[in-house]
Design a protein around this ligand. Structure first.
Ligand SMILES: NC(=O)c1ccc[n+]([C@@H]2O[C@H](COP(=O)([O-])OP(=O)(O)OC[C@H]3O[C@@H](n4cnc5c(N)ncnc54)[C@H](OP(=O)(O)O)[C@@H]3O)[C@@H](O)[C@H]2O)c1
Length: 319
């Protein structure tokens, strides 16, 4: 018998953070989920950024396992090839393609996307997973703060550049991998590049993850006419190489609670294979509130200012 987790209990799990974001939340919730059909994405194509490691590699493996032809977008092709071989080993020999694309570098995105759109018939799923949590302020080749470049500007430009291939799919899906850390932040009202004040990588990370959530409805509206839906999700707390490097103390304290990369990847894979309303924020296969704290809620005008700045910085028309 399947035990369905009632909505209020699920919401309480979410509020506890530790239980909801860790593997306990996943284990309690996943009992009520129907398994995805093994060929749910047969005949579809997908691209995943930051797919050589952690959650991105697990998302790519999950999509491949459902029958999609997946391209790993990575900044180091040899690490990408190693990840492709590991994915092939768990998906009956289906080896993903590997392409170089540094998502913090707007020029590299244009180079990659121009060729990809020409040689690819269609793109069904685009997952913006690549992420960084820097120890000190760094800048992209175009001079943008590195979290903003990686989490916001790169995904905006890559989506815009790949939209022609996604329009050729029946129902293109864009999925942004955000973070529960964004619940602590509101969108910045100016200083989007974090040039003033003492720089904290964790704040830069969470602010730009908040921007992803704030921009999701705007992107959803932007691409609706082209049949492309836009979704945002957070994976919970996941034991990955990124966490081991960037948050060693957090990992040491929480390790028994952390999810596996496949558990963290689950909702992104599910969103890729499931028809749900566009423009929402998801965790563990359920739409979640964008805010738990009143102080983090942004006005429509503030979200629009983020959009105007980021579109201009990414070099796309905001109209
Ligand atoms: N782990 C968690 O608990 C957790 C929680 C909330 C959200 N997330 C989010 O989940 C996503 C994956 O994180 P993870 O924990 O799996 O971290 P990870 O193991 O460090 O993986 C991050 C991936 O992003 C890639 N990447 C970084 N910058 C890139 C760039 N400019 N261009 C292309 N690829 C780039 C990395 O490539 P290299 O190998 O070349 O560095 C790596 O493959 C991130 O967006 C993160 O913010 C994770």
């Amino acid at each position: 018998m399947v035990l369905h987790l009632p909505v209020p209990l699920d919401a309480i799990l979410d509020r506890t953070v530790v239980l909801g974001y860790g593997r306990t939340g996943f284990r309690l919730r996943h009992r009520s989920w129907s398994p995805l059909p093994p060929d749910a994405l047969r005949g579809r194509t997908a691209a995943v950024t930051g797919a050589n490691s952690g959650i991105g590699k697990a998302i790519a493996a999950g999509l491949t396992g459902l029958g999609a032809a997946v391209t790993l977008l990575v900044r180091d092709e040899s690490r990408g090839a190693a990840a492709a071989a590991q994915i092939a080993a768990v998906t009956a020999g289906v080896t993903p393609e590997v392409e170089r694309c540094d998502v913090s570098d707007l020029a590299d995105i244009r180079r990659f996307a121009t060729g990809f759109v020409q040689r690819t018939e269609r793109l069904d799923v685009l997952v913006h997973n690549a992420g960084v949590l820097p120890a000190a302020r760094g800048e992209s080749p175009q001079g943008h703060e590195i979290c903003l470049a990686t989490h916001v500007l790169g995904p905006l430009l890559l989506t815009e550049q790949l939209a022609p291939a996604m329009t050729r799919a029946a129902s293109g899906r864009v999925i942004l991998v955000s973070s529960g850390g964004m619940y602590t932040q509101t969108v910045p009202d100016g200083d989007f590049e974090y040039r003033t004040g003492e720089y904290h990588g964790a704040t830069a990370y969470a602010r730009t993850k908040r921007m992803q959530v704030a921009l999701t409805p705007i992107l959803s509206d932007r691409y609706a006419a082209e049949g492309i839906s836009v979704h945002c999700m957070h994976p919970g707390w996941v034991d990955t190489p990124g966490v081991a490097t960037s948050l060693p103390r957090f990992r040491a304290l929480t390790r028994p609670l952390l999810r596996t990369p496949a558990q963290g990847a689950d909702t992104a894979v599910w969103l890729a294979a499931t028809d749900v309303a566009s423009g929402r924020f998801w965790h563990d296969r359920r739409a979640r509130p964008e805010h738990y704290l009143r102080r983090t809620a942004e006005s429509a005008a503030a979200a629009e200012r983020v959009w105007q700045y980021c579109a201009a910085a990414a070099g796309i028309s905001a109209a």
